[in-house]
Design a protein around this ligand. Structure first.
Ligand code: ADP
Length: 502
């Protein structure tokens, strides 16, 4: 006997007391909760009071006819299973009862086993129905959960302040959010479905997204990003990330747009501030340097040794400050894009000669041999900002002098090579350890060792050089060995024509 049977309420409606009591005994032993009624009316009242799950119903009763009772039960409680019992079993009444919704039929007289079997079947059927209903409810709840989850995700995506665009592997757009439309001045309800270029105005951003969607970005550029200008003087930062499926297969990409206009303005303010402060500092510092130089000059009154030492230190520090201010000014000029404004045809031979001339006194004082190695034929023309270009070679030659012991050879060699202009600045100075060579182009990086300890500097010279060279479409590299010297190589694309230099 299983536990679910015990709790099943059964109602017996029969006018024969013996049948009622007999059935009650059998069913109670089976564990059912049994109620009894002697006629149809009382049976219906009993159901009103307390609903049964199974009803044993006699068809032939005084008063209300069994078929009528069956009809009413099915009308009011369609889920109740009615088993019809009658001594006047005919095929017609059986068919009639089944038509009215009876679950089963037991002819009188019947054996206890027969009753047990039929009631058990009814209970089993009840359980199956209940289980089916439970599963159906669960299915509906899961569906509604899914629906809620989906609309929750949709709400979150719509509320994101960042612009969002999702593509398939072929670059077709499958999702865009309102922030994306707003950032790019698209209609608020723009539909996805087109190729990326219909939504993104910047060709480079489109190309980046297409590559990432198709999985063509190299492993080194995990989530490539770039900045571009958008309508309404906006600056947007776009970052693309590949979407992978559960098995690691590419499904497309997601592009996130962040409005960086405010940062741009701040950055510009910072650059302007640095430029202004540097500019304001330059003249007083130059005056101080001049005065210190006069105090230490030949015509000045002689000072005690201690005082002279202090003045020499002060002059060195002032010189250091002046070169720091000059670097800061160069840097802010570059950040403002000044290096790329007003390019002109430059004669590299003349420019290099002028640079080396400017260092001649300093080189002589420290017994350096400054050598300019030019080819016999004129070098091709270069179109560039001459001030920026001069700062490149000024920095490289100044470093060659600063990071060498007195008396070495410093050579500047220029050649035309494979459509490029190649300029090498070599020294026989301190050299740079291999592991530090990649770092010296970072802002504020300085190599610290016994040799460089006494050289004042800012760590800004080489970043400026690199930035100018790259703005001209060129590149810079270094070969160096500690203790033996360094060679910095600048490659610049030339404009083609040849200008006579003499
Ligand atoms: P700074 O000279 O103001 O320190 P740079 O950016 O010009 O800044 O150079 C960065 C660092 O690279 C220097 O501090 C120095 O250690 C190293 N370096 C640059 N040029 C040379 C060179 N010709 N020989 C040896 N070390 C150099």
């Amino acid at each position: 006997m299983n536990s679910s049977v015990q709790t099943v309420p059964v109602l017996i409606i029969d006018d024969e007391r013996d049948i009622r009591d007999g059935c009650e005994r059998i069913l109670t032993r089976m564990g059912c909760q049994v109620a009894k009624a002697p006629d149809g009316r009382q049976g219906l009242e009993a159901l009103e009071r307390e609903l049964a799950e199974v009803v044993l119903l006699d068809l032939k009763m005084p008063g209300m006819d069994g078929l009528e009772v069956l009809k009413r039960i099915k009308q009011a409680w369609p889920q109740v299973l009615v088993i019809v019992i009658t001594g006047f079993a005919t095929v017609e009444t059986a068919i009639e009862a089944m038509k009215l919704g009876a679950y089963d039929f037991i002819p009188k007289p019947f054996q206890p086993d027969q009753l047990r079997l039929t009631v058990n079947r009814a209970i089993e059927r009840l359980r199956l129905t209940q289980e089916t209903e439970r599963l159906e409810k669960e299915r509906l709840r899961t569906l509604s959960d899914l629906h809620t989850e989906k609309s929750r995700l949709r709400t979150i995506i719509s509320a994101l302040p960042q612009g969002l665009l999702v593509t398939r592997t072929d670059g077709q757009v499958v999702l865009i959010n309102p922030a994306f439309c707003q950032m790019l001045a698209l209609a608020p309800q723009t539909d996805p479905g087109q190729e990326v270029s219909c939504y993104l105005p910047d060709p480079a951003a489109c190309e980046m997204l297409r590559r990432v969607s198709a999985g063509q970005n190299g492993p080194e550029e995990d989530a490539p990003s770039l900045e571009f200008s958008a309508p309404g003087e906006r600056h947007l930062l776009a970052q693309a990330t590949r979407i992978l499926g559960e098995d690691g297969e590419g499904l497309g990409a997601v592009l996130v747009l962040v409005d960086v206009s405010a940062f741009k303005v701040l950055d510009q303010l910072r650059s302007e501030f640095v430029a202004k402060v540097s500019h304001e500092l330059r003249s007083p510092l130059s005056t101080i340097l001049l005065q210190l130089t006069l105090l230490l000059g030949e015509g000045a009154a002689p000072q005690a040794e201690g005082q002279r030492h202090l003045l020499v230190r002060a002059r060195e520090r002032t010189q250091g400050l002046i070169s720091f201010v000059r670097d800061l000014l160069d840097l802010s000029r570059l950040e403002a894009g000044a290096g790329r404004q007003g390019p002109r045809e430059v004669r590299l031979e003349e420019l290099l000669r002028a640079v080396l001339d400017a260092f001649s006194t300093q080189a002589e004082a420290r017994k350096f041999q400054l050598v300019l190695d030019l080819p016999p034929e004129p070098l091709p023309t270069l179109v560039a900002d001459p001030v920026g270009l001069e700062s490149v070679f000024n920095n490289l030659v100044a470093n060659a002098i600063n990071y060498s012991d007195d008396g070495g050879r410093i050579e500047v060699k220029a050649r035309a090579e494979d459509g490029d202009l190649k300029v090498e600045v070599s020294d026989q100075g301190f050299g740079i350890e291999e592991e530090k060579q990649a770092l010296i182009f970072d802002k504020f990086y300085r190599v610290k060792n016994e040799k460089t300890r006494f050289v004042t500097g800012t760590g800004l010279g080489l970043p400026i050089v690199k930035s100018v060279v790259e703005s001209l479409g060129g590149s810079i590299g270094v070969r160096s060995k500690k203790g033996e010297g360094s060679t910095f190589t600048v490659l610049l694309p030339c404009s083609g024509g040849v200008t006579p230099t003499q």
